[in-house]
Design a protein around this ligand. Structure first.
Ligand code: MG
Length: 266
């Protein structure tokens, strides 16, 4: 596996201005496409429940899926992201890949993660109680993760949210937490992430061994895919405040759409 180096997002070349070069890396059959949802296909919104894909973006994704093998990879629960994209013919990896579904009833849950579900049932009421006095905390329970959104929490109290969560997790080692954009995500402490989900999906989407892939995402959790996935390139949308393993960048969803249109012209 090639070793990748982290870069500052501002130093990444634009996937649009360098499209010719991007394209040169594609195999003749075209790349496999892996697309994140929030911040990539749908704008980031104040309330995670309001996130929606535009008709224009949806139509582009549909057309792309008719040209290239394609999967949507999200931190959202599988049923949630499937419902929001609303293209039943696609492959989806929900909860960072702990649950995967595809056309013709294809479905796969991570077996080790299934065993951790009771722990979520146990910690959810504890966390709700510990955080009840902090205004704006928003819980999102998914099958394999528990997300604690704090976009609405006063900045002065953000640290309190983090420390309360850390304290509860000290007694529950079967789960671990990851930080996203104004969200703490509690997930099974299993070495599994979007990158491993993509590696798994590559085998579903293509008969060939390790087909070239393009992964487009905006968040820290997408870094696992940028870093881990071999024989492919990563496209970072916007910035997430840290260095990145992506190869190219797109500024925003408008540029994502332009990138998709260029892919469709090929
Ligand atoms: Mg995202």
């Amino acid at each position: 596996m090639e070793t990748k180096k982290e870069k500052f997002p501002a130093d990444l070349p634009s996937a649009l201005n360098n499209f010719q070069k991007v394209k040169e890396a594609f195999p003749e059959s075209g790349p496999l496409l892996f697309l994140d949802f929030d911040g990539t296909l749908a704008p980031i919104v104040d309330h995670h429940d309001d996130a929606a894909i535009s008709e224009e973006m949806k139509s582009l994704v549909k057309k792309l899926s008719q040209r290239f093998p394609l999967a949507v990879v999200s931190g959202r629960g599988l049923s949630d992201v499937r419902k929001r994209v609303d293209l039943p013919e696609l492959y989806y990896a929900g909860s960072h890949g702990f649950e995967i579904s595809g056309p013709n009833g294809f479905s796969k849950d991570h077996e080790e993660a299934v065993k951790v579900i009771p722990v979520f049932n146990e910690i959810e009421p504890i966390l709700k109680d510990k955080l009840k006095d902090i205004p704006g905390v928003d819980f999102e329970r998914k099958k394999f993760t528990l997300a604690i959104h704090y976009r609405q929490v006063p900045q002065a109290q953000e640290e309190e949210v983090h420390s309360a969560v850390s304290k509860v997790l000290e007694d529950h080692k079967q789960v671990t937490k990851a930080d996203g954009k104004k969200v703490i995500e509690i997930r099974p402490a299993i070495d599994w992430h979007k990158g491993r989900a993509v590696e798994f999906l590559k085998k579903q989407l293509s008969q060939e061994e390790n087909t070239f892939s393009v992964y487009v995402g905006d968040d820290v959790t997408d870094e696992d895919a940028f870093e881990f996935v071999s024989n492919g390139l990563g496209v970072l949308v916007g910035e997430h405040g840290r260095q990145t393993f992506a190869d190219y960048s797109l500024k925003d969803l408008e540029e994502v759409k332009s990138f998709f249109r260029k892919l469709l012209e090929e």
